[in-house]
Design a protein around this ligand. Structure first.
Ligand SMILES: Cc1cc2nc3c(=O)[nH]c(=O)nc-3n(C[C@H](O)[C@H](O)[C@H](O)COP(=O)(O)OP(=O)(O)OC[C@H]3O[C@@H](n4cnc5c(N)ncnc54)[C@H](O)[C@@H]3O)c2cc1C
Ligand code: SF4
Length: 339
């Protein structure tokens, strides 16, 4: 489908971008465009105004602080997150997750802000207009019924970004910008609504300015494991991020988070308490973590693989990630895994 006509606005700064959004509430933000443009081509949205963030220079900064923390501008490209040596040293989990997104082409264009604000995905929704029309559309767009949970009144499309679970596991905050220089910070979990149709807590005129990583998570070991159909390019069908702060043979602190199995990315409930003080090589710990992962993951039939299989995969990933991160030879980087 050809792109629908739209008016393009090119603000030069974050404040100008927020002012543009406030003046045109139905406008859509465009960063790398790797999610928005395909959505427009599929007729999933047809904004008459588009605000292009690529000229807003103050969105693209990467700042590192003496306490170990960092501020990552929303306009930073995924390829910069993947290859930045200081970021890889302090937050290897984030570099791994960035490297797992799509293919090098999307990573060269895609941004942190666009990745966090990725629209939720569903096999009934991410289709051409004629495909969706043949099925009577669905309540996320143009229809009245959910094909995944018929009879329900909400959308269960899966949040499918790769960066969010890594940022959750590292305890990140988001900085949101509104017109007039207004800024607010909120813990990342509070940014996601859990509603597949309206996934983000953004007020009119607000946009994501940056993610803040706390110094307290710097140097933690991390593993990001992702299940997808084609390892070269696909979105996650299930993803797990595990971050551990090890002190000798024991875990001082740790967190686990999931993506692609709920309408929002989720911290694994109870994992932080479970991991604190534990021996990462204890088989009972692996069993218990796998159990918590299964409880947090609530996949539905939004993708081509069954919910049961996706939950099983995540439980397996939790066990493997624990073992990998506790291996004596493990530096910080436990690698990405697709199976
Ligand atoms: C073939 C293919 C495979 C892909 N595979 C993956 C994958 O494996 N994992 C993955 O995570 N993603 C994947 N993607 C999606 C996409 O490439 C990435 O998520 C990318 O990071 C999106 O960033 P962007 O800057 O291109 O977003 P854009 O397309 O520019 O924007 C995405 C959304 O975020 C909004 N937005 C952008 N910036 C901001 C901001 N600062 N504040 C508020 N809202 C904002 C936009 O309005 C839009 O709704 C894939 C895409 C394609 C085409
Ligand atoms: S979960 Fe239901 S409402 Fe949401 S996109 Fe899928 S079919 Fe549509």
């Amino acid at each position: 489908m050809p792109l629908p006509a739209f008016e393009l606005h090119r603000p030069r700064s974050l404040d100008e971008a927020a002012a543009c959004l406030a003046a045109m509430p139905s406008a859509r933000l465009l960063a790398g465009g790797t999610d928005l443009i395909p959505a427009m081509q599929q007729g999933l949205c047809a904004p008459s105004q588009v605000v292009d963030l690529t000229s807003a220079r103050d969105l693209a900064g990467l700042d590192f602080f003496p306490d170990g923390g960092a501020r990552l501008g929303a306009g930073v490209r995924l390829s910069a997150l993947e290859f930045h040596p200081e970021l890889a040293r302090r937050f290897p989990l984030l570099a791994q997750a960035a490297a797992a997104v799509a293919s090098p082409l999307q990573r060269a264009l895609g941004t942190l802000g666009g990745n966090l604000c990725l629209d939720t995905r569903c096999r009934w929704y991410n289709q051409s207009w004629s495909w969706r029309r043949a099925c009577g559309f669905c309540l996320k767009k143009d229809g009245a019924r959910c094909h995944v949970a018929p009879g329900g009144e909400r959308c269960w499309a899966a949040y499918s970004g790769d960066l969010a679970p890594a940022l959750l596991a590292m305890g990140a905050d988001l900085e949101l910008a509104a017109p007039g220089g207004v800024r607010r910070r909120l813990p990342l979990p509070a940014f996601f609504t859990g509603d597949g149709a309206r996934p983000f807590q953004l007020q009119p005129g607000e946009l994501v300015a940056a993610a803040w990583l706390p110094g307290s998570s710097a140097g933690w070991r991390g593993a990001y494991r992702k299940f997808r159909v084609r390892a070269s390019i696909d979105y996650p069908l299930a993803g797990l991020a595990l971050a551990l702060d090890l002190e000798g043979p024991r875990i001082r602190r740790g967190r686990a988070a999931l993506t692609a199995v709920n309408p929002s990315p989720r911290l694994v409930a109870g994992a932080e308490t479970l991991l604190a003080g534990a021996d990462p090589r204890d088989p009972q710990l692996a069993d218990a973590l796998a159990r918590l992962v299964r409880q947090t993951a609530k996949p539905l039939s939004t993708s081509s693989f069954s919910p049961a299989y996706r939950r099983d995969i995540l439980a397996l990933y939790a066990r493997r990630a624990l073992l990998d991160l506790s291996a004596p030879g493990c530096s910080f980087n436990a690698g990405i895994c697709n199976s």
